[in-house]
Design a protein around this ligand. Structure first.
Ligand code: SF4
Length: 551
């Protein structure tokens, strides 16, 4: 098939904070050097910000380096953190932790809507002449004749039917060729996963682990908790997850009497009967949280995974013609629950190396590896280094969790053993013993407590039904036999979009897995947590998926 080819000097994949900060920094540095490289940026969302979801407290360190006059240029800040609150939730009460851990001191930082923030960065990038293509999903990496050097990205074919045949409106994907391709797809990006595997970039590293965050924006009444509270940045541990399931909740004050509320659940959890969305509803109904959100209405909802493994899980950050940035490369400070500033910094560091590479016409691994060197010398490194064993400590069971977490703070991340071992998330489920008790589902009211499908609706997720399925279940026989027998179909519970349903076939009376891919929130939890690694998430047609505007 004849495909159009476009040539860029450097191509950023993904218009998240990493890709946008990188593209802007590349344009700045090129100008400093009197160069005018062609910089491209593709984004799978219908527009910049459509897929950007995060309960983001922004440490402005990287932003201030990139755009020192960000306030004058209209950076959309929702609120400034005036006080941090850290609580341990028991079933019916909350205990205030007297000392907020140092990493979670956010006073003076900003609460931002990542969707609005990335739209703002996108406008600046456009003004600087960067070629931005929203609605274009990177479908595959293009390799040179040696099969190892990255030479660009092929975008998705548009207008295929369910069987993969071209419809009358078919448009073949474009081959975007680039001297250097910089992947900033976010946690568990599909191209990043493929290239890391193919080139062995994670050799000798610990496996990456993830947390899934389910999140909402709630419109509160005029008179609300935050009007009288010094704390507008609240974090919780404990209920409903208890001490055996890693994770915690957060509530951040936004502008216009809105809040961003979410629950992060470590995917190293063991109990296959846990329903992530139900846990989020339970968190919201805890008396401490219910009082804060009283009288509110959910106006946007979504889900997303975050890579929380820390330093020992970072892959090699560069290969021939390739650099990895942002959440997809594991840029996250797990104890601080913050990664936007690290993602931006990684993009900026990679961009500086990319401009030098264009200048010299040298895209070899040897040259691009200097991105790793500059990362090691930057302020980002000590932050990531201190969180190197945090995911392991958080995953400890029972009261030992507090001992290990405390030790993390005292020893600046070293703990008792350094590195502490880490297990991939798909390995941690324990088989269900006997017939599980049917658990009581949390109540919903359609306004403040909404069910999964209403949550999907409020994420403004859209997919064309008549297209090849983007969720590949490799062996459906496993689903109805081993996976059902051992774990009682955990996909029906870990997916926050109700994409997976187990039903009985009317004719054969046998179990069968039903998929509703059009509900998919692109969180990637299924690919990460499926205990048989039986699910692969691929990009649907560019421009589809969630349509976040506020979150
Ligand atoms: Fe997330 Fe997978 Fe469900 Fe989509 S199908 S919402 S990626 S768990």
């Amino acid at each position: 098939m004849q495909r159009e080819q476009i040539q860029f000097d450097m191509l950023f994949v993904g218009a998240g904070p990493a890709g946008l900060a990188g593209a802007i920094r590349a344009a700045q540095k090129a100008e400093e050097k009197g160069m005018a490289p062609e910089i491209g940026l593709i984004e799978k969302g219908a527009e910049i910000g459509a897929h950007a979801l995060s309960g983001a407290v922004l440490n402005p360190k990287a932003l201030a380096e990139l755009i020192p006059d960000y306030k004058e240029r209209g950076c959309p800040i929702e609120s400034t953190v005036r006080g941090d609150g850290f609580y341990y939730l028991m079933k019916n009460r909350a205990v205030k932790v007297p000392v907020v851990p140092e990493h979670m001191h956010n006073k003076g930082f900003y609460v931002v809507s990542l969707s609005k923030f990335t739209r703002w960065l996108g406008r600046i990038a456009e003004e600087m002449g960067i070629n931005i293509f929203p609605g274009f999903a990177g479908k595959e990496i293009l390799y040179g004749p040696d099969g190892k050097s990255v030479i660009g990205v092929r975008t998705d074919d548009k207008g295929l039917d369910k069987e993969g045949n071209p419809k009358p409106n078919f448009e073949p994907g474009i081959d975007i060729m680039a001297g250097v391709t910089i992947l900033g797809e976010g946690a568990r990006g599909s191209l990043t996963r493929e290239v890391v595997q193919r080139l062995g970039l994670d050799k000798g590293r610990l496996p990456q682990v993830y947390e899934t965050g389910i999140k909402e924006v709630i419109q509160l009444p005029e008179e609300n908790f935050f009007k009288k509270s010094r704390e507008n940045d609240i974090h919780t541990l404990g209920y409903p997850l208890g001490l055996d399931t890693p994770g915690g909740g957060f509530i951040y004050e936004m502008a216009d009497n809105r809040i961003s509320i979410g629950l992060l659940i470590g995917l190293s959890y063991e109990d296959p009967m846990i329903d992530l969305y139900d846990e989020f509803l339970r968190f919201k109904s805890h008396p401490f949280v219910a009082k804060i959100i009283e009288g509110g209405k959910v106006i946007e909802s979504g889900a997303r995974t975050v890579a929380t493994g820390g330093e020992y899980t970072l892959p090699a950050l560069a290969a021939e013609g390739l650099m990895l940035i942002g959440g997809g490369a594991g840029m996250q400070n797990p104890p601080a629950l913050k990664g936007v500033h690290l993602s931006m910094k990684s993009g900026m560091l990679a961009a500086e190396v990319a401009v030098d590479a264009v200048d010299k016409g040298d895209f070899s691994e040897r040259r691009l590896r200097s991105y790793r060197d500059s990362f090691e010398k930057s302020w980002a490194k000590p932050e990531i280094h201190e969180g190197r064993n945090f995911a392991q400590a958080l995953a400890r069971k029972g009261p030992a969790k507090f001992f290990h977490l405390g030790l993390q703070y005292v020893t600046k991340g070293r703990g008792l053993i350094d590195p502490l071992p880490l297990e991939a998330d798909f390995l941690t489920l324990k088989p269900v013993k006997g017939i599980p008790e049917p658990s009581e589902r949390p109540e919903t009211d359609g306004t403040l407590f909404v069910d999964k499908l209403t949550g999907v609706y409020l994420s403004k997720t859209q997919h064309r039904e008549d297209q090849p399925g983007h969720l590949i279940v490799h062996d459906r026989h496993i689903c109805v036999t081993r996976c059902y027998d051992l774990y009682k179909s955990p996909c029906t519970r870990f997916c926050p979009g109700q994409v997976y349903e187990m039903e009985i076939d009317e004719q054969s009376k046998e179990r069968k897995l039903k998929l509703n891919p059009s509900n998919c929130l692109h969180c990637k939890t299924c690919e990460i947590k499926d205990p048989f690694e039986n699910i692969t998430w691929t990009c649907p047609e560019g421009g589809e998926g969630p349509g976040y505007t506020v979150v």
